[in-house]
Every structure is written in C-alpha cells, then in structure tokens.
Design a protein around this ligand. Structure first.
Ligand code: PEP
Ligand code: MG
Length: 599
C-alpha cells in the first residue's frame, strides 16, 4: 500500500520531459493521478468541507471492523497454532486500538480535506519511517506490522463505499507502474484522458487496448510514479512517446493546436474510406479490423474495415471477470457482431486467456512462466466446460451471418485435430437438441508460435485459414517478453528470422489454397505493410484507426515494386539493414510519397 512518492517532488513546478514508447497515438492533457499497481491502488481525492465528518466516520468504522477481524483471527490462530502465533494479531489489534494512530489519520482527513485511504497511507508512511530509523532490530521489524495493519484497514475502507476517479472533475492522466488489460478496459470514460506506465511493450495487450479506446498512451518510462507527483499537470504525447510534466501555458497551447492538426489530417485520410485497397498495378487486398470491445464495432465501420479479422473474445471475459459469461451471454455478443457486420465477415478467436491475461483467475493457480504455460487453446482444452460453453455459443451464432472461428496459440497438428474432434462432439449435441448452426463454419488457426510457422504446410491440411499473430510470433521466436520494457528495443518485425517465418506461412497457405491474414500489430505499420504486400499477404487486420493509413499506402504503391523490395529484403542480414533498405526504396520508387504515419 505504501506510496513511495518523493515528498520533495510535491512542490515542484519545473518542466520535465520523460521519454518512453508511444503506443497509442494522440495527445492528452490533464492532471496526474499516480497508481502503484504492484501495490494497492490509492489516489488522493480532495473532499468537500461538508463531507469531512462522513469521511472520518467511514474511517472509524473501518477501524472498528478491522479490530473485530483481528480479534477473531487471534482466537482462530490461538486454537489452531497456539498462543505464540496468536500474539502477532494481538499486537496488530493493539495498534488499531491505539488512539494516537486513529487520531493522526482523522487529523489528516480534517486538515487536508482528503479521502481516508490517502490520509491512512500518509500516516502509514510516517510510522514506517519512524520504526525504520530505530537501532533495535525488534523495533525495525514493526515496519512490516504497520504495513500489514494499514493494508487491512484499507481493504475494509474499500469494502465500504469508497471514492473513485469519476468524482474528480478535471481531466486525469493515469501514471502507473504497471497496468493489466482489465484495468485498461475500465479507462473508457472521463475523467481519464490518457495514461503512461513504467512497464509494458509495444504489443502488450495494455497498449493494444489503449489504441482501441483512442486513448493516448506512453509506456516504458522508468520510475515514472516516483518522479511525477499527484496533481502535477501532464501532457501525454502518444505520437512521440513523451510525457511532459508541468508544461507552460504556451506549451499547452502548442499541443492543443497539434491536436487540431492531427484531427484535420485524420479527417483527410478518411476520405479514402469507400475506395478499394488496390495497388497502382491492380492488386487488391482486404483491410479488416481487430476488435476487443464491442463498442469499437462502430469505429471499424467508420474507418472502412472490410469485416473483422480478429475479435479477441477473451475481452468478454476480462470485462466480466471474475465471472465467466454463460452460453447465452456469449451467443448474444457474437450474434450482434455478425448481424451488424453483415454481409461482411467476422473472425472470432476463442478465448486467448493465460500468459498475462488472467490465467490465474481462470485456472486458479500460479505458473512460474505463464507465457510458456497454459495459455490460449491449451488452457481451453484443459478447461473443457468453459470452452464448450463458448463453442456452443459460437456454433449457434454462426447461423446468423458470415462468421469464422479460430484458435490461438496452436503449436502443432495434434492440437488442431483434438479441437476439431471436440467441435464435432458439440455439433452432434446441437443436432440432437435441434439447434441450428452453419455446417460449413470455417475453422482457422493463429500462427503465432515458431513451430506452427515452420510446419505451416502440415497445418494447412487441417485448417481452413491462417491468421499470423506477429505480436506473439515475435515474442516467441526472438525470445522477448512482449510486455517487458527492458527488451522492447529487440522488438524487430523485420528481423530476417521473422520474414522467413512469415514467408513460409504465406507460401504454405498459397500452395494449399487457403487464405492467410495477419492480425498482429505489424500489419498496421506502413513500412512493414510494404514488405508484407511484397511477400504476397492479401489480408491485413488491424486496429480500426490504422486502416485509412494502410489503405493509402496500398493505393500509392505498385505490387511489382513491393515484390522486388521484399525479395531484396530477404537477402539482408539484420532488421536495421532491411528497414533502411525499405525506407530508401520507398523514397526512390515512390517519389510522390506514401501517405502514412511512419513514412
Ligand atoms: C498476435 O499475437 O499477434 C495476436 C494478434 O494476438 P494477441 O495480440 O491477442 O496475442
Ligand atoms: Mg497472440
């Protein structure tokens, strides 16, 4: 719970600029709210004069509750483990009953007019510092007791009606050490206008959601929560990957005018909405949208998506967690999507839970190395009841429109065979119940594990289509955790190994005559898109707002030239060489320019 922010920083007004990685474009301006996720979330909420007595009561009630809990705990421990252990809780209960502890917190609430959680954390910090300074070891050890007690009171405080960010009336920028996808899905509303974190990677799910929510975001700023203070004015520049603290009014004005310029150029880009994604020499590709939240469906349509190439259905679970959606809830969502998109197609990916996405909540145990553990299809096949609920709903929804399903994290042929057998069993069940479904429902797989990419020819005999997931394919083939900022410099989609794997998959798909798409973030970058076009990729799926950018790229190039660029790129030895070569060639071959954000 302890918030180790620097006291010295609290009065600062100096302009500071911190560099991170811009993962979601846009500019957000607001006041900092620091969240330390690795500990418990607490933020400072100013309260009105007349609300102070109620806040004090809220605190005293939680203290009372804590005291009762500790007495109960003491009795229980004493019965099961003996007096010696029970005395720990006796000491804790004494601390809670100590009037000077309660008085200090009450005084803070009253004098600073702040929420009880904040006042408590401040007192906790003072007490811990005091105990820490003692020479006697047994007194220094009390630091852990203070922490324990304060956390218990805090949990009780938060169990009682507690303050939340929606009470803050000005725009807020969240600055956090770490965020999970489920935190981020709740950022969908004011006052939160942007965020920045210490951790994360370009393709971590937190970054992907930020883009879907059109929320400017910067990740990977070291020690961010320690070097910025609550309530400082902050600009998050998601284009440049910059967090600017305490900007001058002139700087704020300049950023606001940049926002208008960007809006204007985005509006211009949207003019191509109804034009085909066809190269100058007549090769057409399809540009589809990735979807995480249902609310994005309108954006996909607005930006001219030709269907949904990836619906990350696990976000259904993430927004409902800790409950699992039941069959009808699944079914309603899928039916709404396919009906709304008709006559276009929608590819729904079954739950890709695990890894960093809530595995612990689903499987109830902690894995040492979850990214290489029970994740995606593996997790679903292990938890068949949960999987069956989703598959039944998917099959039923397939009767309502053009829908395909696909499975994440496939690593070999056997897994595909097993899941197809499972689907056959479920179909037989639905037949027996007289429930309709599409008997020709296409079943595809994600290619995002190097083993799958290498045996794409074998997998093509089992699957109706492939979707290349470069976010994971890069993670697993280059051995870089996609959410770890320390290795994000190694995120190299143009790494020769990657290009070879991608080519292998596209070629295998062509030979077997099955469609191949790409739905990893790589597909939404103009430079990479040129190489992918040249490698023969025909279906690109991306966050909706990138569609007009990539469409302009496609419309300004010749396929013939892209092929040549891709062939030459495959001869190079490093990602840097390839990137430099592609950029040079783009400038040479397309002197009139390729309209795109990174070009
Ligand atoms: C991928 O891995 O590229 C992908 C699209 O799936 P996700 O980002 O959800 O893991
Ligand atoms: Mg993936």
């Amino acid at each position: 719970m302890l918030i180790e922010r620097s006291k010295a920083a609290s009065q600062r007004s100096d302009i500071r600029t911190y560099k991170g990685v811009g993962v979601s474009p846009g500019i957000a301006i607001g006041r900092a709210v620091i969240i330390e996720k690795r500990v418990v979330q607490i933020y400072r909420v100013p309260i009105r004069d007349e609300d102070v007595p109620a806040e004090v009561t809220r605190f005293l009630e939680s203290l009372e509750k804590t005291r009762d809990q500790l007495h109960e705990l003491k009795a229980k421990v004493s019965r099961s483990m003996g007096e010696e252990y029970a005395s720990i809780f006796e000491a804790h209960a004494m601390m809670v009953s100590d009037p000077s502890f309660a008085d200090k917190v009450v005084q803070k609430i009253e004098e600073e007019q702040v929420n009880a959680e904040w006042a408590l954390s401040e007192v906790q910090e003072e007490l811990q510092a005091r105990f820490q300074s003692f020479e006697e070891e047994y007194l220094r050890e009390r630091v852990a007791d203070v922490k324990d007690v304060a956390e218990r009171v805090l949990r009780n405080l938060q169990g009682v009606a507690h303050h939340d960010l929606s009470e803050i009336k000005h725009d807020v920028i969240i600055l956090a050490d770490d965020l999970t996808p489920s935190d981020t899905v709740h950022f969908n509303r004011r006052p939160i206008v942007g965020f920045a974190t210490e951790t994360g990677g370009r393709t971590s799910h937190v970054s992907i959601i930020a883009k879907s929510l059109f929320m400017p975001a910067v990740i990977g700023v070291p020690r961010l929560t320690k070097i910025v203070d609550n309530d400082e004015m902050v600009i998050v520049d998601g284009y440049e990957g910059i967090v600017l603290v305490n900007p001058t009014p002139a700087m704020i004005a300049e950023y606001r005018s940049r926002v208008s310029r960007h809006e204007e150029s985005e509006r211009k880009l949207l003019e191509n909405r109804d034009l085909p994604a066809t190269t100058k020499d007549g090769r057409s590709v399809s540009l589809q949208a990735n979807l995480e939240l249902l609310e994005e469906l309108d954006d996909a349509i607005k930006f001219g998506a030709q269907g949904i190439g990836l619906y990350r259905s696990e976000f259904l679970y993430i927004s409902k967690s800790p409950d699992l959606p039941n069959e009808d809830e699944h079914f309603e969502v899928y039916r709404r999507i396919v009906e709304k998109l008709a006559p276009q197609t929608c590819v729904i990916r079954t739950f890709d839970l695990g890894g960093k996405k809530l595995a612990r909540e689903v499987i109830g145990s902690k894995e040492d190395n979850p990214v290489l553990g029970l994740r995606g299809l593996r997790l679903c096949m292990k938890h068949r009841e949960m999987f069956k609920t989703q598959l039944r709903a998917l099959l039923r929804a397939s009767a309502y429109g053009d829908m395909k399903i696909m499975f994440p994290l496939v690593s070999g042929v056997q897994e595909v065979r097993q899941v197809k057998t499972f689907i056959r069993e479920i179909r037989a069940e639905l037949d027996a119940e007289g429930k309709p479904y599409n008997p020709d429902l296409k079943i595809g797989i994600m290619i995002e594990v190097p083993s799958a990419a290498l045996i794409a020819d074998l997998l093509a005999e089992e699957a109706d289509f492939f979707a290349i997931g470069t976010n994971d394919l890069i993670q697993y083939s280059l051995a870089i955790d996609r959410a770890n900022e320390n290795v994000s410099y190694l995120y190299e989609p143009l790494h020769p190994a990657l290009l070879r794997l991608i080519k292998n998959v596209i070629d295998a798909g062509k030979r077997a005559n099955i469609p191949v798409s790409m739905c990893g973030e790589m597909a939404s970058d103009p430079i990479f898109a040129i190489v992918l076009l040249g490698l023969g990729l025909e279906n690109f799926s991306m966050n909706p707002s990138s569609i007009p950018v990539i469409k302009n790229v496609v419309r300004s190039v010749r396929y013939k030239d892209c092929r040549r660029i891709a062939e030459m790129a495959l001869q190079k030895r490093t990602a840097q060489e390839i990137e430099e070569f592609v950029i040079e060639n783009v400038a040479l071959r397309f002197p009139e320019g390729v309209v795109g954000k990174n070009v």
